[in-house]
Design a protein around this ligand. Sequence first.
Ligand code: FUL
Length: 415
Amino acid sequence: MRLVILGLILSSVLCGQNFKDIRPSPQQLAWQDLEIGVLIHFGPNTFMDREWGDGKADPSVFNPKQLDAEQWVKAAKAGGARYLIMVAKHHDGFCLFPSRHTDYSVKRSPYKEGKGDVVREVAEACRKHGLQFGIYLSPWDRHEPKYADNKAYDAYYTNQLTELATRYGPLTEFWLDGAGSEGHVYDFVHYVRTMRTYQPNALLFASLDFMPNGDIRWVGNESGFANEENWNVIDGYGIIRWRPAEADTPLRESHWFWHPNSESRLKSLDKLMDTHEKTVGRGAQLVLGLAPDDRGLMPDVDVKRLQEFGAEVQRIYGNDLAKGRATGTYAQLPPDTRLDRVVLAEDLNEGQNVRSYEVRVRVGQGSKVVARGTTIGHKKIEVFEPVAADAVQLIVTSSLAEPRLRRMTVHYGGK
Ligand code: FUL
């Protein structure tokens, strides 16, 4: 008996959680490869020039006359998105799906005479056009009276989560937004178990300080950047987990919902390319906030900007100047190849290991360092002054374990 106990103690010490031993789940690995998603806000706020509804709006205001979910999905795809997260209920408590647990929803709106289900329309458009689908259900609820009673509200939230998890097919991601919830205690363990029961492959998003046991973490800002040093493994409350960062940022500056006369807030193509470099290019996921207008359509100017963004990413990164020439960390280039970007990717199957590196290029007889960085992770985009070179080499200067490179590509953006 003593020996058994001693064995148990020893094995727990020896197998104790170690930062570098943490691996991603297969679902996380697949999700990280999606790289770009969109988050769609639509509801009574859209018709009232508001960002945060107080929960008192009359459902009759929700009356989109030309709603076309396929138009939203096509715009998202043109922008390079591979998944779409739909806000099923924002902080105002209004449900864009006909929940059995409240009347404060599309059921009481003029939209399709109360027979509409926006979440279903969007889910179906996503399936049709090959986008993965996710849902945002705001924990903070300014309409539902049960919100004042933690236990009663937990039951309400879990009931709605169950409706969403069982009606609309596979969910790639489920968003728990912490805004407005200061001081409220939620039964997260029950939420997570319920989601795992019906959708074992859905990844839960939440900020670290809001929910300890999530699968994806908030990057910590809504400006669209991750830190240059970006580890996927995070110690949250003593739980060491693989929890990659997602950076959500709206297409129109500071507006998640559509507002009249706010076209001037639409981010420029340069701004979006910079955001892409600082999110996807730092191993984080980029989620662009899109907002259909009061007709129920994505505004033309937003659609155009998404098309430009998708095309520019494709123009630069779709053309690998080292194609077929890279052998691991070294790529021989045609003589005098002009380049200003190198994209690195670590093989994350066995965890994230690179702590620092430099990128060298060979110019004539000599060589020079064009970039230095810390982590690589899912992807790292290095942008530098254009240079004409014959070869590129990655030198890993420090790593937790044997570094494994998945890919190294070379590009010229010309800016
Ligand atoms: C924030 C919310 O308060 C905003 O309204 C929006 O939903 C954004 C995505 O998250 O926390």
